[in-house]
Write a protein that binds this ligand. Sequence first.
Ligand SMILES: Cc1cc2nc3c(=O)[nH]c(=O)nc-3n(C[C@H](O)[C@H](O)[C@H](O)COP(=O)(O)O)c2cc1C
Ligand code: SF4
Ligand code: SF4
Length: 423
Amino acid sequence: MADFDLSVNVFGYKLKNPLMLASCELGNSGVRCKQAAEAGAGAVVTKVISREEVVRKEYASGPLSPRTYVVRNMGTLVQVSGVGFLTARDWCERELEIAKEGGVPIVANFKAGPQRLRPADEHLPTFGRLYAEHDPKVWQRELKELEEAGVAWFEFPEGPPERTAYNARLRAEYIDRLEKIIYWAKEAVSVPIVIKLAYRYPADMVESAMKVEEFGADGLTLGQGNEGIKIDINRGTLVGAVPTARMNVNGREGFHLWLKIIYDVAQNVKIPVFGCHGVWSGSDVIEHIMAGTVCSQMATCPIIEGLGAFQRINNEIRDFMIRKGYKTLIEMRGIAHKNIEAKYGLKASVVEDLCNGCGLCEIVCANNTMAFEQSTKGLQAPYIRVDSSTGKAKVNQELCEGCGACRSICPPRAIVIQGWDPV
Ligand SMILES: Cc1cc2nc3c(=O)[nH]c(=O)nc-3n(C[C@H](O)[C@H](O)[C@H](O)COP(=O)(O)O)c2cc1C
Ligand code: SF4
Ligand code: SF4
């Protein structure tokens, strides 16, 4: 047996690793879910399962286009989310059986309550009222059928709908809605219910998360698209110009923003937290775990890089564990809450054998340009500089403030800051 173990126990399932496919088009059919599982996902979330009237309407007019903009070198994908083209009936009659051939738990991404017909409908002031009047029996029946067909658990994407006009009244309506759907879902099925929250201010997220736990949900997914827009400068229009002027910004841009929310929420709830948004490497997953998650989900990375990302990232997690001597993921879970420390007065130094003279450290050291500091101290030397005679970077030990910028950017990791060794 290997002396490290990537597996995760969640809701009675043993996942072979903590990396899941997040709900997106890569999970929009049984075959695609199976492919993601075979590529190395520990569990797979389906594309949102739609109600018949939504699919009918989408087919009638065709989907909104254009609605997706990929900034490859930034790992960013800006989009107006499309609907899923498969209904609960499609998944029950056909797709789930195929999806399960991948041998990992299949999680159903399910929109409880009334489903919007077009992205623009989200903005309607009547949305909250529609919700209150909606008959839950319609979707409770679908939940039951999906449970019988073998979904492992449900994930409800539950952002506040009228995000651009968010205010105290809508917030109260939103919390009320969360309570209702959790109650109705629990009435209908016994598999776990996970609520996936959209972005708000961190303090607000913690409060919503605690409410979700209090209402009886079994888990939380943290990391939907952040609110943003894309402008087509040739035509001078918004891309995906629905009346809300709102798109989802997914991928790297939001990773650290969500990490903070994940960290804060994990500290305040006992139910499992699934981290999402911008996951691109083994170290991202480890940061999630150290912040307190059980698993990490990703959509943009495998969309841009391909399904090979699952194997690559799992290898990176494994290599990290071997290097640091971790045997299980549990040893790392939540440790960033305990290991709070602040260091002062550290200095950078260069391991000359590793330095290739690229000069990136010289550019990134913001202190190199601190003329004021230098003149008041009467010092002319830069903090860090590639020495023209040796071709190697050299740190001015007197000036260096150990800020870490050069350490982070140095490609061969030739810079050491004693006592600070981030991956
Ligand atoms: C093309 C695309 C389609 C998506 N569709 C859904 C969806 O149907 N349901 C859902 O809850 N989230 C959906 N999402 C959001 C993702 O599940 C995820 O929360 C978000 O993209 C952030 O993660 P990422 O940075 O790894 O992409 C979608 C994202 C993308 C990029
Ligand atoms: S220390 Fe790193 S960043 Fe600086 S010149 Fe050497 S290799 Fe480049
Ligand atoms: S640690 Fe900060 S201050 Fe010191 S050389 Fe590197 S970038 Fe400059």
